[in-house]
Design a protein around this ligand. Structure first.
Ligand code: NAI
Length: 464
C-alpha cells in the first residue's frame, strides 16, 4: 500500500501548530497534524494559558466577593470556596476550547494523525506503524518544564505548572520557586484561595527581562496583597515528606543556609524546547547551544523541507508569537511572503493588576545608548479606574528623544493586557507619542491613561 501523502505535516497541535495547519488548509494545501495528547491545543489550551486564566478569573471573583464587594456597598456573607466546582469550571473551559479546535480541523479538512510523530527521513513522518510523506514538515512541538537539579517533581507535593492547576486542596503554605510569569500567576491564584505564598527568586528582582521600574512596582503591589518574596535566594534542596516539603535555601551569593517548610512547592524556573524523540539527530537538524532548533527568517532548518516554529525555536515562549509564526510560515509555503517584528510581540502577566509590555525597556535603551524621553501617568488620576476601585499602577511610554517615535510601553494596572493592544498597533504603524496623544480616546476609559502617558512624554499631561 502506498503511503498517504500531504503537502504539509505539522508535528504538534499547540497554538503554533494548529494555527499553521488551519492557515495552510485555508490556502489549499493538503494538511495533517500529528498530536499524541488526547486533546488538541497543546500546552496552552490543556495545561497552560487557558486553564490558568479560568482559575485566575474564578479566584479573582472569589477574592472580590470576600474582600472587596463591601467597599462598594455590596454586603455578602458566607462566601465559601467550592474548589471542586471551580476546577470543574476550568476543565469545562479546557474541553470546550480543545473541542473547538477539533471542529476547526474538520471544517478545514485537516487530518489529525493521533500518536507520537518522528521524522523518519526528509519528507517522511512516522506515527506508530504508519509512515506518511509530506512536501513540508513543520516542527511545532513546543516546550516542557525546566527541571531544577536535585528536585523531583511528583505533581502532588512538588509540582510544575501542570500540577499547580490540579491541586485537590488549598495548601496552607505554597512555596514558589521562580518569580517569573508562572510563579506570579499561579502564586496569585492560590493566595486568593487562601494559601500563604512565599516566592523564592534567584535574582535580585522579579520578572527578569521586564522594565525594572514596572517590575518593582508590581512586586510592591503583590506584597501588599500578601505574597512574600525572598529575592537573591537559591533553593538547594526540596524533599517531599509525609506532611509537606522541606526546603533548604541560601543566599544566591553564598552564605548561611536555612530551612523552610511548605506543604506544596511549585517549580517555575522556566521552560525548555521539547525536541526529544523527534529523530532530529538522525536527519541532522541543527540545534543551537540552548537546545533550540536553528531556523532562518523563513523558519527553515538546515534540512530542506523541514521547518520549525514556536517554543522550539528562538524568541519569547509565547502562544501568540507561535501563532503568528504559524500563519506566516503557512503563507510562505503557499508562495506568499511575510515578516514578524519580534520587537513588537507584547507580553502580559494576568495577575491583578495585570502587567503588560511591548518594545524596549528603559534598561535596554540605556544599554544601547539610545536617547529617550519618558512619559508616565498613574491610574490613580483616572476617573474610570477610581470608579472601578482599581487605582494601582501606571502607564509608562518610552519615546525616541529626537524623533518622538514610541520605543516601548510598559504598564502595570487594571486591564493592562487589553490596554497594550493600542500601543502595539501604534508601534506597528511607527507612531510617535504625539500620535497617541492626538488620538481621541473615549471618556471615561482606562485607555485615557495611555493617552495621558503619551502627553506626559512632552510634559503636558492634563489630569495631574
Ligand atoms: P520565567 O522565565 O518567566 O521565570 C522563571 C524565573 O525563575 C526567573 O525569574 C528566574 O530568574 C527564576 N529562577 C531560575 N532558576 C531559579 C532557581 N534555581 N531558583 C530560584 N529562581 C530561579 O519562567 P516561567 O514562569 O517558568 O514561565 C515559563 C515560560 O512560560 C515563560 O517563557 C513564559 O513566557 C511562559 N508563560 C507565559 C505566560 C503569559 O504570557 N502570561 C503565562 C505562563 C507562562
Amino acid at each position: 500500500m502506498s503511503e498517504k501523502s500531504y503537502d504539509v505535516i505539522v508535528i504538534g497541535a499547540g497554538p503554533g501548530g494548529y494555527v499553521c495547519a488551519i492557515r495552510a488548509a485555508q490556502l489549499g494545501l493538503k494538511t495533517a497534524v500529528v498530536e499524541k495528547r488526547a486533546a488538541l491545543g497543546g500546552t496552552c489550551l490543556n495545561v497552560g494559558c487557558i486553564p490558568s486564566k479560568a482559575l485566575l478569573s474564578a479566584s479573582e471573583k472569589y477574592e472580590a466577593a470576600g474582600h472587596h464587594f463591601a467597599e462598594m456597598g455590596i454586603k455578602v456573607s458566607g462566601v465559601k470556596l467550592d474548589l471542586a466546582t471551580m476546577m470543574g469550571h476550568k476543565s469545562k473551559v479546557v474541553a470546550d476550547n480543545t473541542k473547538g479546535i477539533e471542529f476547526l480541523f474538520k471544517k478545514n479538512k485537516i487530518d489529525w494523525l493521533k500518536g507520537e510523530g518522528t521524522i523518519a527521513a526528509t519528507g517522511k513522518v512516522q506515527v506508530g506503524a504508519e509512515t506518511y510523506s509530506a512536501k513540508h514538515i513543520v516542527i511545532a512541538t513546543g516546550s516542557e518544564v525546566s527541571p531544577l537539579p536535585g528536585i523531583t517533581i511528583d505533581e502532588k507535593k512538588i509540582v510544575s505548572s501542570t500540577g499547580a492547576l490540579e491541586l485537590e486542596k488549598v495548601p496552607d503554605h505554597l512555596v514558589v520557586i521562580g518569580a517569573g510569569v508562572i510563579g506570579l500567576e499561579l502564586g496569585t491564584v492560590w493566595r486568593r484561595l487562601g494559601a500563604k505564598v512565599t516566592v523564592i527568586e534567584y535574582l535580585d528582582r522579579v520578572m527578569p527581562g521586564m522594565d525594572l521600574e514596572v517590575a518593582k512596582a508590581a512586586q510592591r503591589i503583590f506584597e501588599k496583597q500578601g505574597i512574600t518574596f525572598r529575592l537573591s535566594t537559591k533553593v538547594t534542596s526540596a524533599k517531599a515528606e509525609k506532611n509537606g516539603v522541606a526546603l533548604t535555601i541560601e543566599p544566591a551569593a553564598g552564605g548561611k543556609a536555612e530551612t523552610l517548610a511548605g506543604d506544596c512547592v511549585l517549580v517555575a524556573v522556566g521552560r525548555r524546547p521539547h525536541t526529544d524523540k523527534l529523530g532530529l539527530d538522525k536527519v541532522g537538524v541543527a540545534m543551537d547551544k540552548r537546545g533550540r532548533i536553528e531556523t532562518n527568517a523563513h523558519f527553515e532548518t538546515n534540512i530542506k523541507g523541514i521547518y520549525a516554529i514556536g517554543d522550539v525555536i528562538a524568541g519569547p515562549m509565547l502562544a501568540h508569537k507561535a501563532e503568528d509564526e504559524g500563519v506566516i510560515l503557512a503563507e510562505m509555503l503557499a508562495g506568499q511572503s511575510g515578516h514578524i517584528d519580534y520587537n513588537l510581540i507584547p507580553g502580559v502577566v494576568y495577575t491583578w493588576p495585570e502587567i503588560a509590555n511591548v518594545g524596549q525597556t528603559e534598561e535596554q535603551l540605556k544599554e544601547a545608548g539610545t536617547a529617550y524621553k519618558v512619559g508616565k501617568f498613574p491610574f490613580m488620576a483616572n476617573g474610570r479606574a477610581r470608579a472601578m476601585a482599581a487605582t494601582d499602577g501606571f502607564v509608562k511610554i518610552l519615546a525616541d528623544a529626537k524623533t518622538d517615535k514610541v520605543l516601548g510601553v510598559h504598564i502595570v494596572g487594571p486591564e493592562a493586557g487589553t490596554l497594550i493592544a493600542e500601543c502595539v498597533l501604534a508601534m506597528e504603524f511607527g507612531a510617535s507619542s504625539e500620535d497617541i496623544a492626538r488620538t481621541c480616546h473615549a471618556h471615561p476609559t482606562l485607555n485615557e491613561v495611555v493617552k495621558e502617558a503619551a502627553l506626559a512624554v512632552d510634559g503636558r499631561p492634563l489630569h495631574i
